[in-house]
Ligand binder design. Structure first.
Ligand code: ADP
Ligand code: MG
Length: 262
């Protein structure tokens, strides 16, 4: 194929060979715009390539969000900070840039039921997906079940290695259901395997002082908390449940480890 024929036809042919449909769509249109506006060759090429790259990044984020396992979609933009006046908005905005992921830092969200822990965890994870990171969401109970299945199949190390390639795991609801001893050990291995390698967002209705009860072992809990908080931002949400805000009910009975709230 020679350039002399019709360069746009040639470009469409090459775009197809490159599997770059946005180049196909934009090449002719942008060429006209370039002529009208007097763009340089370099400016035209950059404009065409940017269409393809932007579309690929958006569809990559959408794929990562779809495969994350969220129970529901929540965004930071829809979080009502007026309901959490003690929460540092700038801190949440900074976490939303995904900078903590590059440093394998963790985020811990503590607070009573209904105060927005899961909402913020999902919102931050979606931001992470949009900034190019793979993400996976599950409750603590579900993570443990997954690790237990891997352990029983004799492939726990392989599973942990696979999970380490996911930049962000969200572990929701640590503490609603106490762990058996072997489950606590598996969870400890998950935390250890990610320590200084990849990030975690954890949510819990219990303060760290009560995690020993959840894991049935104060020593394991202390060792785990030590690794989690060494490089972490710990945010404590306060107040009454957002779910109850228009019901006239002020508070829920305080959540205890032995009464599996919700
Ligand atoms: P938690 O995980 O702390 O129990 P959730 O994040 O599940 O609480 O919040 C309960 C419900 O209330 C969700 O639908 C969530 O979107 C909403 N919610 C909680 N806090 C806020 C907030 N500050 N702004 C907007 N929605 C909120
Ligand atoms: Mg929750």
């Amino acid at each position: 194929m020679s350039m002399a024929e019709d360069p746009i036809k040639t470009i469409l042919h090459y775009a197809q060979a490159l599997k770059a449909p946005r180049i196909r769509e934009s090449a002719a249109r942008l060429a006209e715009q370039a002529r009208d506006a007097g763009w340089t060759h370099e400016e035209y090429l950059a404009a065409v390539l940017s269409r393809e790259v932007a579309a690929r990044e958006a569809s990559g984020a959408a794929t990562r969000i779809r495969s994350a396992g969220f129970p529901t979609r929540k965004s930071l933009e829809n979080f009502n900070f007026d309901h959490q006046p003690a929460l540092n908005r700038d801190m949440i905005a900074h976490l939303g840039t995904g900078a903590f992921l590059a440093k394998s830092r963790n985020v811990v969200l503590l607070g009573p039921p209904g105060t927005g822990k899961t909402h913020l965890a999902i919102g931050l994870a979606i931001k992470a997906a949009q900034t190019g990171h793979r993400i996976a969401f599950a409750t603590a109970v579900d993570w443990v079940a997954r690790l237990k299945a891997a352990h029983n199949a004799g492939r726990l190390p392989a599973e942990l290695a696979k999970l380490r390639r996911i930049g962000l795991l969200v572990v929701d609801e640590v503490g609603y259901i106490p762990f058996e001893q072997d489950a606590a050990n598996l969870f400890f291995q998950l935390v250890s395997s990610r320590y200084e390698h990849a990030s975690l967002i954890l949510t819990s209705n219990l303060p760290f002082a009560r995690w020993g009860d959840v894991f049935g072992d104060q020593v394991v809990a202390a060792a785990m908390i030590d690794r989690i908080v060494h490089h972490a931002d710990v945010l404590t949400l306060k107040g009454s449940s957002y779910r109850l805000k228009d019901t006239g009910i002020d508070t829920l009975p305080s959540a205890r480890a032995d009464n599996t709230a919700q």
